[in-house]
Design a protein around this ligand. Sequence first.
Ligand code: SAH
Ligand code: SF4
Ligand code: F3S
Length: 469
Amino acid sequence: MRKQSSQISPQEVARQLECCDQIRERLEQKPGRRLACIDTYGCQQNEADSEHLRGFLTRMGYGVTSDSNEADLVLLNTCAIREHAEQRVFGNVGALVHGKKRNPNQIICVCGCMAQRAPVAQRIQKSFQHVDLVFGPHMLWRFPELILQVLESGKRVFETAESDGVIAEGLPVQRQSGIRAWVSIMYGCNNFCTYCIVPYVRGRERSRGAQEIIEEIEELAAQGYKEITLLGQNVNSYGKDLEQGLNFAGLLERLAEIPGDFRLRFMTSHPKDATLELFDVMAAHPSKIAPHLHLPFQSGSSRVLSAMNRGYSREHYLGLIEALRKRLPQVVLTSDVIVGFPGETQEEFEETLSLIQTVEFDALFTFIFSPREGTPAEKLPDPMPKEEKQANFQRLLLVQNEISARKHRAYIGTTCLCLIDGEEEPGILTARTEGNRLVRLKGDKSLVGSRQQVRITEASTWALLGELD
Ligand code: SAH
Ligand code: SF4
Ligand code: F3S
């Protein structure tokens, strides 16, 4: 049972599918195939959303192209996490004006997290007249209705009202891969880390019902998917908004019992809510739950963590890593870190370096603090000059690269079970270890989608080289 009513009714979802059919009929009045181009920025949540948008577009009768010039509909699914990400999108939206001049009937849409930010929507309204439709993540389920509105009215449509967010089940989906699938288990975020824009654009935490998730995964397993990644900004708080009495560890255990040759992954875990129960479940299901944890630490200084409103200390984080490694010694650990949070001193940065050296992550996603409008951190005094932050950032990269390279070298001579997931160039396959490390090997593309034993022969900072065993 959901405590608050944020569920979109099946009737409303059915109405959207009817809108798809109406659009299809309209488009079929003119000869020729209609094509849509989706450009996705940001995190896996956006990738998953784009798979639903593609599902809608397919139902409307659109084929898919990666070339915006030949597209009848262009959709940019955007990310607002850092300023740089936004600048890139503005550049790309601006460039679309030329294609629109050649093809005035082209429909250009901007959606995703940027679209939910009022200043962005205002800027598009004023300065990017060639954009026809702007809608935020809360309106994704209404995409068909909004497109129909654009087609029928010939006017620009903006749907960016603020909301705590909704849950819509039963949206069509067109997955990009037949091997790997994303499954959102919750949406939104309640944590309000002081640097982060996500809670403002994605609304409050909403968990999907366990039964819906179980059914989706059973279906994916039956279709032969080999890897299923559970998504949420903080999967560890799954279920807190429901009255079904199942937390994330309980859900994961239930999903691990579903028969089939698939591995479960999940991201992102928040250290403040990661539990020993979760680690126990991971250790108890080694053939179903991948031995990989992405646990962003953000900073090695408890003072900075508190200023970030992260809700844990350096010691708590290190304690979690120790507890996990005790249960799963082979676990692959990855993390996110921010350099140059406002007020971070040189000593505090050194604490971040020392945490990295203590834990020895397999890989790190590294970011320089980017002020986000409307977040508390944007207003904090930020005395450290850019050049010093940049120098710290470079030092951190060097330290981590050395660790990643060393960890990778330790694979040489071992044999790893890998999922072959693609062909990079003729005869060269890409694969992933159970811990999600990238492997390249020679082989025939008929192996794509299968699990193989691979003997690791060489290693670099970023990848492993291997041979079929
Ligand atoms: N929900 C996830 C993170 C999602 S954002 C979590 O809490 O772990 C992905 C990463 O982007 C964050 O972990 C953080 O390291 C980085 N990030 C978020 N906001 C940022 C900002 N304003 N400047 C720099 N990096 C940021
Ligand atoms: Fe952002 Fe923090 Fe929420 Fe992650 S947990 S999405 S960093 S506010
Ligand atoms: Fe970006 Fe939105 Fe994801 S801001 S990181 S796309 S939730």
